[in-house]
Design a protein around this ligand. Structure first.
Ligand SMILES: [Ca+2]
Ligand SMILES: [Ca+2]
Length: 419
């Protein structure tokens, strides 16, 4: 170990001398990679008395997330949820309370509008009951006003989202039948999305405009690349809808392999040059399905994060795991990142999959590997205040405002480590 460290240092000192002052400033890279989790059931779980443990020690679940470098939380919202079926209780008040909690804990907040009273997904985009008899033009007004009111309420209660997705897995659009683009209603869909975006702008007050995401589940299922192109070419180029982030769901049980994901990521990054790409939902079993173990779940997440970080042009901005803390419904709990201790579903311990989110300190560029690009940035900031992206990685956890040998040593210690 010590010999290996010596070799690392010798190599890096050589490189440092070799590259020296010839290195030009590296252009600023995008925000920090999104290590996210959708914890929409969290409040309900805690009300039921679930205790979360990290390596056997009970802790606030957000503390456990922080310890593993998660930085974004996703929460869904239904217009008027029944609350009587699993997972469907997220009305504006519920979302406001949980949103304010995660913002206060220092996380960024992704809000997921389903625009329904219950689950919306590719096969289900049922209008809220209160909107069921509205005309198309009335629906356009309703989605604007509802969205505006939700955003202003969140804003007023310290729960302003940093990103908002307009609809959930809208492979064929949303608010069926009006916004069903698989039936040709593209103009309706574009009008509804644009109206919702205008509602966000009208509700945000003096807050920055959140990033806008459009979310589908087309990595491989339902046509894969051809459907991805059909959907986004129409939405962007024929109907002119403007947004920031393409979201895709990726569950291996439905959406193919990591190689399939890479093919789609490369396609999107090469075609939609002004868009960032987020895996807005992902999940895999740790038990309850053939061959699935905590080890295989962690391997899936390690691979997923690597693949997204390897997206050309740095366009893969992150991964959000879906409901890692959901324990109380067994059909979903098999995908959680916690498992019951001794069969007691109210006392759960963290699985190793959570460690897939651990940051590799020294990966300054955020592309999943510590290598010469990161060293170049460190050299460029040598003995200075950190720039963007910051090479001030040490001492942990937040640096000390200067880039010096401490930072170099931490980078060297993780040399050629990958996510
Ligand atoms: Ca790097
Ligand atoms: Ca430092």
């Amino acid at each position: 170990m010590i010999r290996a460290m010596d070799n690392k240092f010798r190599c890096l000192v050589f490189v440092l001398l070799l590259t020296g002052l010839s290195i030009t400033a590296t252009k600023g890279l995008c925000d920090e990679f999104i290590r996210g989790a959708d914890i929409s059931v969290q409040t309900r779980q805690e009300a039921d008395g679930v205790i979360y443990n990290e390596y056997g020690v009970p802790k606030d679940v957000l503390t456990i997330f922080k310890n593993h470098d998660l930085n974004w939380i996703r929460i869904r919202i239904f217009n008027n949820p029944s609350g009587s079926i699993y997972g469907v209780c997220q009305d504006v008040n519920y979302v406001t309370t949980l949103g304010a909690r995660v913002k206060a804990a220092g996380f960024k907040f992704l809000l997921d509008f389903h625009y329904s009273d219950t689950w919306a997904d590719p096969g289900h985009q049922t209008k809220p009951a209160a909107w069921s008899s509205l005309s198309q033009s009335q629906l356009v007004t309703a989605i604007h006003d509802y969205t505006r009111d939700v955003i202003s309420h969140l804003r007023d209660n310290n729960a302003m989202p940093d990103m908002v997705q307009i609809g959930n897995e809208i492979n064929c659009g949303m608010l069926f039948p009006n916004g069903n683009c698989c039936n040709g209603n593209w103009q309706n869909l574009a009008d509804l999305i644009n109206s919702a975006i205008a509602g966000i702008n009208d509700g945000r007050g003096a807050e920055p405009m959140p990033k806008i995401m459009i979310h589908v589940a087309y990595v491989k299922s339902g046509g894969g690349i051809s459907s991805t192109q059909w959907f986004f070419d129409n939405l962007m180029y024929t109907y002119g809808v403007q947004f920031d982030v393409i979201g895709q769901s990726f569950y291996p049980e439905w959406h193919g392999t990591l190689d399939d994901l890479t093919i789609n990521l490369n396609f999107m990054a090469g075609r939609y040059l002004d868009k960032e790409i987020l895996i807005a939902e992902a999940g895999d079993y740790y038990t309850g399905s053939t061959g699935k173990t905590p080890e295989s779940q962690k391997a899936f997440l390690d691979g997923l994060i690597q693949r997204v970080q390897a997206t050309p042009g740095g366009k893969g901005i992150g991964v959000c795991y879906w409901e890692p803390t959901w324990i109380w419904n067994s059909s979903v709990a098999y995908k959680a990142l916690f498992q019951p201790i001794s069969g007691n579903w109210k006392n759960v311990n963290m699985l190793m999959g959570m460690e897939a989110f651990d940051k590799i300190y020294g990966d300054i560029t955020g592309n999943g590997i510590v290598d010469f690009e990161d060293l170049d940035i460190l050299v460029g900031q040598w003995l200075q205040s950190p720039g963007t992206p910051s090479a001030d990685i040490a001492p942990l956890p937040n640096g000390d405002g200067i880039v010096n040998f401490l930072d170099f040593a931490l980078l060297a210690n993780n040399w050629l480590e990958i996510e």
